[in-house]
Design a protein around this ligand. Sequence first.
Ligand code: BEZ
Length: 210
Amino acid sequence: MALRIGDTAPNFTIATTAGEINFHDWAKGKWVFFFSHPADYTPVCTTEMGRTAQLAPEFEARNCAPLGLSTDTVEEHLGWTKDVNATQNTSLKFPIVADVDRKIAELYDMIHPSESSTATVRSIFIIDPEHKIRLTMTYPMAVGRNFDEILRVIDALQIGDKHGIATPVEWQAGDKVIIPPTVSNADASQKFPQGFDEILPYLRYVDVSK
Ligand code: BEZ
């Protein structure tokens, strides 16, 4: 069965470009952006790996570690990384899993046979420091991902955890957030002494940056 939001991200031990890792040990105390790509030495994947490497300071600021995966070997990943660095003007530092026997791909349902029976699609798992899956997204092989959205959703999850709020459509860091309907007005007044805007009894906005 496919992994779902709230499930514990299954543990595994596997070879990567940074040596063998035990996933839960490696991920301890961190958020993780775990993502698969179809294959090394392919154009869309080259741009995605480059973007992930370029955004290293943004992931670091969010205490979030990227972890890539494909069904290629460590040697292929390392050789391809040179092309990524040269063409995307970056220095890729995060580990890439070499899932040559597809064990992790199957565990995480990253192979969608109508796309390919051997290569992974563009799966994303955002995993929190307790190893809980907090978001899943799946893109087809021929569509590169939007990394602004990946960073935005990590921000939304983290601000939600910090303040017990939800984020509205198109929310960006710094925008007002939403008080969930499970919080009464009396409790909201205590929790948010800066005040909140009640548009409807179930639609209330608060500025948590105040
Ligand atoms: C690519 O990364 O360019 C790619 C990989 C597999 C299928 C389509 C595109």
